[in-house]
Design a protein around this ligand. Structure first.
Ligand code: MN
Length: 203
């Protein structure tokens, strides 16, 4: 199983971190040891003082394929989940300044809590999914997938040029604006279409 992640896929989030709007998808990966399931808590790691949440819609790949054409891309994913792309922002900034890969800031153990799946056919409008991240009950991120710079289908096309997509691969599709730090004791909750999907306590 591969876990792809897309950076800066919402213009308002690229702007809040003073990054340019990308002209092609920014791709990185996390290992399977990043996943956290069943609402297990997240333990604040000792290598960062600035751990950020990024609430994201995650796609589940449902069949194998490579060099997939745009018109067929929608056949390659069948469900979504709410995921958090935890980021050690201080570490990431240092790596970015040196032009180094940012894996240790993004792909560390337990950096990818994920909710159960919702089949796409159960969604009122799979092309515009509303999602929210709440921190201690306050809405801190409020996103609509209609605002994606690169759509689900465009991501399938792009990724499959470089990597064979395999059933059960995951794609974290990017975060809207409102990213920010967490502290020990905070509770994050992820919602899709108003439905509580994920709870993550920071310990
Ligand atoms: Mn992200």
């Amino acid at each position: 199983m591969k876990i792809f992640c897309i950076g800066r896929n919402y213009a308002d989030h690229a702007k809040e971190l003073n990054n340019p709007i990308p002209t092609e998808p920014i791709v990185f990966m996390k290992p399977t040891t990043a996943l956290v399931v069943n609402n297990k808590p997240f333990y604040y790691p000792d290598f960062t003082q600035d751990l950020h949440y990024e609430g994201e819609i995650v796609l589940r790949v449902c069949k194998n394929g490579r060099s997939i054409q745009l018109e067929f891309a929608h056949r390659y994913y069948d469900a979504i989940a709410f995921g958090i792309d935890f980021t050690a922002r201080d570490l990431q900034e240092r790596l970015k300044q040196k032009g180094h890969p940012w894996e240790i800031a993004k792909a560390f153990d337990h950096s990818a809590p994920i909710s159960p799946w919702i089949p796409l056919e159960e969604l009122p409008n799979p092309r515009d999914i509303h999602f929210q991240l709440r921190k201690n009950g306050q809405v801190v991120q409020d996103g609509h997938t209609r605002d994606l710079i690169f759509s689900f289908d465009a991501l399938i096309v792009y990724l499959s040029r470089y990597f064979t997509l395999q059933k059960n691969d995951l794609i974290f599709t990017g975060t809207p604006s409102g990213v920010g730090p967490v502290q020990i004791g905070d509770v994050l909750e992820g919602f899709i279409e108003g439905r509580l999907m994920l709870t993550c306590a920071i310990k």
